[in-house]
Design a protein around this ligand. Structure first.
Ligand code: GFB
Length: 314
């Protein structure tokens, strides 16, 4: 069932994870909708704690929820902290989805990731590829948690008639990203490395792995717009891919970031670090058929993100 329209105006809308890159972009995007945005300050509630979540939802009574709260990180963080990535994400999603059903929340959008798909899924990856093959080992923990979230939404839709939907964004970047070199994703890491190499007059900057994996990237403002679009127009059991439709090799990306940052040095490769999935370009035709397409091209998105980084790096 597609196209069931849901009107956000006048509604209490909880952005779970409002402090994160996606959550903050959702809060900015929702300011364009005539709704009341609810946020649970991190100090006030631990989303892994079922009673805290249940009590908070019961008191604040959201009518719609964007479930953007998660323990996230790049390939190294996923590979070295499997227990956190599996446990935290399972608890967060289970607590919020259960509290949403008990409190009669009208609509919930669960946010997953393109890493839910098999390591060697045929490209571009369609939604049907889910669970058709082994996962990428470096992030199978996060992937299993996110697959469980999709299944929870489907189960609650089936058993209770809950209008809970799932969106699977590709690799995201943009303002509010995490620029820590150990735990971050590739774009903020390369941007910071290029910046520090430029300031330090370094001869080269180092990327992890061979540089040959390919990645699809979507700017977080585009992602937030797509999520609001889906909340308003989609109702169905299947998750929906949310991507840009184009991918680049990590080496091409690195050279693009170096150009944006203005670092003219060389590129070294630390092949002791993992490459991860060789490619994860998604087929976004279902989202396109619903009527949405991205608007921010990679190079201009990188330029804007670098400006944000310069303003906020302190
Ligand atoms: O963005 P990233 O950490 O996550 O890495 P994944 C993407 C590619 O960039 C990998 C390479 O092949 C990395 O080896 N890379 C090169 C770097 N230099 C760097 C660097 O300095 N830092 C980082 N982080 N990467 C994640 C999943 O996989 O994708 C998460 O682990 C989530 O669970 C996320 O799904 C969207 O794209 O490989």
């Amino acid at each position: 069932m597609n196209g069931a329209s849901y009107d956000l105006s006048g509604k209490r809308v909880w952005v779970a994870g409002h402090n994160g890159m996606v959550g903050a972009a959702l809060v900015r995007r929702l300011a364009q909708e005539r709704c009341e945005i609810l946020t649970a300050p991190r100090g006030e509630i631990d989303l892994r704690n079922q009673k805290m979540v249940s009590d908070w939802v019961g008191v604040n009574r959201p009518q719609a929820i964007f479930l953007a709260a998660a323990k996230v990180g790049g390939i190294l963080a996923n590979d070295t902290r499997p227990a956190e990535f599996l446990y935290d994400n399972l608890m967060i999603e289970a607590n919020i989805i259960q509290a949403a059903q008990v409190n009669g929340v009208e609509k919930l959008l669960f946010l997953g990731s393109s890493c839910i798909y098999p390591k060697f899924a045929p490209q571009p990856i369609t939604e049907e590829a889910l669970l058709t093959g082994p996962l990428e080992p470096t992030n199978e923990w996060y992937a299993i948690a996110k697959i469980a979230g999709i299944k929870l939404c489907q189960a609650y839709r089936r058993q209770y008639g809950s209008d809970f939907i799932s969106a699977m964004p590709t690799n995201l970047y943009g303002p509010g990203d995490n620029f820590d070199l150990q735990s971050s994703h590739v774009i903020p890491a390369l941007m910071r490395k290029a910046h520090e190499a430029k300031l330090g007059g370094a001869a080269a900057m180092t990327i992890w792995g061979s540089g040959t994996p390919r990645r699809e990237f979507l700017h977080v403002e585009d992602c937030a717009d797509a999520l609001v679009f889906l909340m308003k127009t989609y109702s169905g059991g299947s998750h929906i891919n949310v991507g840009s439709g184009t991918d680049v090799t990590i080496e091409e990306l690195a050279r693009l970031v170096m150009r944006v940052v203005g670092f003219g040095g060389g590129l070294a490769k630390d092949v002791s670090k993992p490459d991860g999935t060789p490619r994860k370009l998604m087929d976004n035709s279902r989202l396109a058929e619903l009527g949405w397409k991205p608007g921010i091209a990679l190079e201009s998105g990188l330029a804007g993100t670098y400006e944000w980084f310069l303003r906020n790096r302190a």
